[in-house]
Design a protein around this ligand. Sequence first.
Ligand code: ADP
Length: 492
Amino acid sequence: MSAVQPANTYQPKGMLIDGKWVGSASGAHFTVENPARRKPIVDVPRAAAADVDAAVDAAERAFASWKKVVPRERGKLLLKIAEAIQARSEELARTIALETGNALRTQARGEANMTADIFRYFGGLASELKGETVPLGEHVLSYTRREPIGVVGAIIPWNAPVMLGALKIAPALCAGNVMVMKTAEDAPMGVLMMADICQEFLPAGVLNVLTGYGPEAGAAIANHPKIRKLSFTGSTEVGKIIMRAAAERIVPVSLELGGKSPSIVYPDADEDWAVDGIINAMRFTRQSQSCTAGSRLFLHEDIFDSFLKKLEKKTTALKIGDPLDEASDIGTIINNKQYTKVCKYVQDGLDRSDAKLVFGGLPPKTGPLSEGYFTIPTVFADRSNDWRLAREEIFGPVLVAIRWSDEAEAIRMANDSHYGLAAYVWTHDIGKGLRAAHAIESGWVQVNQGGGQTPGMSYGGYKQSGLGREFSLEGMLDSFTQRKSVTVNLAV
Ligand code: ADP
């Protein structure tokens, strides 16, 4: 099935249906490409409706007994999976770096470790699937149960595929559901490896993982009559398709979608720690392919030029190169389509006489970086919040710096977006920082830090950035359980 792969990376065995590694029913497959070389890595099955049917049937059969397993026992299995992932974390990290182009040292290792941590976190929460008693009177016993929903259809993207997959698998299974997951076209290998590890511990059919295209296998999941819950991470555009499909069958849906997150820097934060934080928040070392990327930088006018100078110095010192090379800080964009899209945004910025290129620009056309989808961190300034580069999610390393003088105006601009996923505020004045945090319309605001999510925090979007929360106990309870009230008359 595969070409020569770099050492210590995972070799897919097919897709996982009912505990077995299988090809697609049609025999069709597609090729996964190494974005750093523009060369094929491996072929994986191309699932379609028949494969989704087989996976859903297997999941439904498994549900009958999985839902009856005592939650703490399910939790223990997740804890074993966590340790098994941890034991193979380097192989997982290298696999992620190979297929996504995310640099091993700065990104992929963190993702592999976080994946183990997600299983660990949810494994420990199994006994929190508690109900309540309701005081309806001395002669009535009324209580609630948190019951699983059934077969969950999960569709995930390629940007942090394994972590985002774990965020659905671990809570859904902990709560007693079963799952049919579709990996992203460009990054199925790491998720298949995670499924392979899960499968050592789980009964057949509890977790099924398919590889295939969105409009084909993804649509078959979204529209499947036996799927009782849809959980999607990806673009807002496809999120709307998923939600429409869910509306047809009245199934609950969780959506983690796009963002155009603001960073507001106050004049007292013209310092190195804030510059480091902005680089982190912008996810430059993940080529900014992150829905939480702080891609609109609102700088106070007093520090506008000096802050950008510091930002240029630190950002241009980052090393762009082979994702598997320990020396690389920044890897590649995922595929040609995204690369072309990012380049078009950069070109658009360059073509605007009223926008200033602060640093960066189009990627090199020759030399080692031209062998892959490498882009370079780019910052434009001097335009306001109203142009295309400040409104659309670029999903690439293109940052727009916007000047502000009045705090209310900065917050108004920050909120002037149909997205509301993340936001960042930078100031020593904690009162100001928190006032801004409360005024910003986002599901997640960080003050004086630009890091990623941590298990335990509820993560999700306002406005068109999504519905529902992940990463937390509440997220698990709200997204993957349904409440049943049982009322008993004690008077008879
Ligand atoms: P991104 O390009 O950021 O990954 P997409 O929303 O295009 O975002 O893709 C996210 C996931 O949604 C992928 O697994 C993709 O295959 C899937 N997908 C794309 N189109 C559809 C569709 N029409 N129906 C169901 N899933 C889809």
